[in-house]
Design a protein around this ligand. Structure first.
Ligand SMILES: *Cc1c(COP(=O)(O)O)cnc(C)c1O
Length: 234
């Protein structure tokens, strides 16, 4: 059976409280952290409940489902969501994603960035993107190496229909949230270095890091976007 709305409200209150506590600890403002509710494992009814609860930033990791959902939900009369593409993206699927996604978190190659730029130009828009960095050195993970991020970021900033708004990473999946901290610290340090080099200018201000297991640690280390699925529906 799908999770009830009241259960989700409790979960959201708890998550929001942990985020607020992590912000407080670091002298950050709660309003600077956005929850992207990851909807890959739930149905349309649950998504409508999320929207009712005021969560309007939604994330999907697969192109087909992102497109299908963006279509279904816009026809359902609920508040209009902002869709985030958070999963690996193949170049041949870029056009459809640029049409529906407000932000693409998973740019990890020059060719993908170029394809998004060309497609966004064709659609007469500028696409907000994050550069995905592989900080955890797990070879199966997507993302550019830390050492390549600065250069790729610089190249992305020359593309007129792409707006580099920050960095994204995936921490290794482990039970202990503290184990993710070094990954988040590394992403923040890279972010600060890139900002120092003026990459992305004033738009370069997002760190998308932290999931159900470790979002509080991520916020302590500077996350502005946390991507949360499981913890909302348990
Ligand atoms: C599924 C997913 C999440 C959310 O994971 P949970 O552990 O369910 O919170 C976050 N980011 C990406 C890229 C995902 O694919």
């Amino acid at each position: 059976m799908a999770v009830t709305k009241s259960r989700m409200e409790e979960n959201l209150a708890r998550i929001s409280g942990s985020i607020a506590a992590a912000c407080e600890l670091r002298g950050r403002r709660r309003g600077d952290v956005t929850i992207v509710a990851v909807t890959k494992a739930v149905g349309t009814d649950t998504i409508e409940n999320l929207l009712d609860m005021g969560l309007t930033d939604l994330g999907e990791n697969r192109v087909q489902q992102l497109i299908g959902r963006a279509d279904e939900i816009s026809g359902a009369g609920a508040a209009t969501p902002r869709w985030h593409m958070i999963g690996h993206l193949q170049r041949n699927k870029v056009n459809a994603v640029v049409e529906v996604a407000q932000m693409i978190h998973s740019v990890d190659s020059l060719r993908l960035a170029e394809e998004i730029n060309v497609r966004a130009e064709g659609q007469g828009k500028v696409c907000d993107v994050l550069l995905q960095v592989n900080c955890s050195r797990e070879t199966r993970k997507h993302g550019v190496a830390v050492g390549a991020a600065m250069y790729l970021g610089e190249l992305m900033c020359t593309m007129k229909h792409l707006r580099l708004v920050g960095l994204m990473t995936m921490a290794p999946l482990v039970d202990d949230p503290e184990a993710a901290r070094p990954t988040f610290v590394q992403l923040r340090e890279l972010f600060e270095e890139m900002r120092h080099e003026k990459i992305g200018g004033e738009h370069f201000r997002h760190l998308s890091m932290g999931m159900s297991q470790d979002y509080a640690v991520a916020v302590e280390e500077g996350a502005t976007i946390v991507r949360i699925g499981t913890a909302l529906y348990e």
